[in-house]
Design a protein around this ligand. Structure first.
Ligand SMILES: [Zn+2]
Length: 392
């Protein structure tokens, strides 16, 4: 027992001596590596291009390989500087991920970086509607409601035209409001013109960029265009004071005509063009004058998309089916009836149905909607009723 103790003591002393021989310093690792970009906690959108930038130092050799990992899967490798690895966020898949890199030198020394957490948002292109209030105007809540009403109406109309269960999605919140740094008159008088003046202010205020593969912009500027051009180009539409007044019935034309007007400009923002032969006559081609993308906006909703328009929309990333599954929540029975909520994805056209036998389902319209949730109130009927909510 005593002998064993001595042995242990001896080894301890030996180790101690060895340590002091090294002057109390631990040897520096031969390879050091860390990720400079993205930084910890970065949120990336699916379509976003990003770069993993690696800093690697090999003290006594040459860096021979840098392996890039997302979670435990290899994303690729780099053999020489600069150690930058471009990638599209989508390649990681949506959700939370951990990036790390392993670097090796030509002597076989290896090191792994601390991991960096990034979140990739699901690919979900949206229409962002922005109500711009010039500095000398005040927010009109009726305009916010009218824009929301017009866009949800157009969402249903476009969806019906495509008849394949897809629609464009509205952002959350569906309508954003910003007070601009300029008076209303500035937009028509400043060099650059109304359209671009509105866009510039809109992008500064929202922090938005153009073009953005995830966002189709619709700006409603409460300023007189003074006859200047407004409208839509791919990715963005600008509507003016006249449109806002029209949407709240302060116009000699019907509200529908103004919803149609928004729909036409939104069509341009989705990449739709005027029908052939309308602007410039083409011999032998008749202008489809009552299509939405020509004069059909005046008779909205009694108008249509041309097959060519539909094919553009079907190939557009902005038209897709809702991704969540509707579930019915919080059923409550009261004295006058009962209610429940449904978690419907914001901005998607949906409908409620009821049945007493699970076989015949009728549209049920007696419900109240509350923001993104559908709340259904029903009176208790003599027969049992079943309810369901589905996307249109
Ligand atoms: Zn047009």
């Amino acid at each position: 027992m005593i002998r064993e103790m001595k042995t242990v003591l001896a080894s301890f002393v030996q180790i101690f001596v060895f340590s002091s021989f090294c002057a109390g310093q631990s040897p520096a690792p031969a390879v050091r590596v860390r990720i400079l970009n993205p930084t910890n906690g970065t949120v990336l959108r699916a379509h976003q291009q990003s770069v993993i930038q690696v800093e690697v130092t090999a003290l006594d050799g040459l860096v021979s390989k840098v392996d890039v990992f997302v979670d435990t899967n290899s994303l690729g490798h780099l053999a020489e500087p600069p150690f930058t690895f471009p990638f599209q966020a989508d390649a990681l898949g949506s959700g939370v991920h951990h990036l790390s890199v392993t670097a090796s030198d030509n002597r076989g020394d290896q090191a792994t970086s601390p991991s960096i957490e990034v979140t990739v948002l699901a690919f979900a292109p949206v229409v962002r509607a922005v109500y711009l209030i010039p500095a000398d105007r005040t927010l009109n809540p009726a305009y916010v409601n009218a824009i929301f009403g017009a866009l949800t109406n157009l969402q249903g109309w476009y969806s019906q035209q495509l008849s394949n269960g897809t629609a464009f999605r509205l952002n959350v919140p569906a309508v954003e409001s910003y007070v601009t740094p300029h008076a209303a008159i500035w937009y028509a008088t400043n060099a650059g013109g109304y359209f671009y003046n509105a866009l510039n202010d809109g992008f500064v205020l929202t922090g938005g960029t153009y073009p953005d593969p995830d966002i189709t912009w619709v700006f409603y500027l409460d300023a007189d265009a003074k006859g200047q051009a407004t409208g839509g180009i791919k990715g963005v539409a600008v509507l003016h004071q006249g449109d806002l007044q029209g949407l709240v019935a302060e116009s000699s034309s019907t509200t529908k005509r103004w919803i149609g007007g928004s729909g036409h400009e939104l069509g341009h923002a989705f990449g739709l063009l005027h029908p052939p032969s309308c602007e410039t006559p083409i011999p032998g081609v008749v202008c489809a004058s009552s299509a939405l993308m020509w004069l059909g906006y005046t008779t909205y909703p009694d108008t249509y998309l041309l097959p060519a328009d539909k094919s553009i929309l079907n190939q557009s990333g902005f038209f897709y089916a809702p991704t969540n599954v509707i579930s019915l929540l919080s059923p409550q029975i009261g004295t006058n009836g009962f209610s429940f909520n449904a978690n419907v994805e914001t901005g998607w056209p949906y409908r409620a149905l009821s049945s007493s036998n699970l076989q015949i389902w009728d549209n049920y319209t007696n419900f109240v909607t509350q923001s993104s949730n559908v709340q259904i109130h029903a009176t208790i009927s003599s027969t049992n009723k079943l309810f369901r909510v589905q996307y249109k």
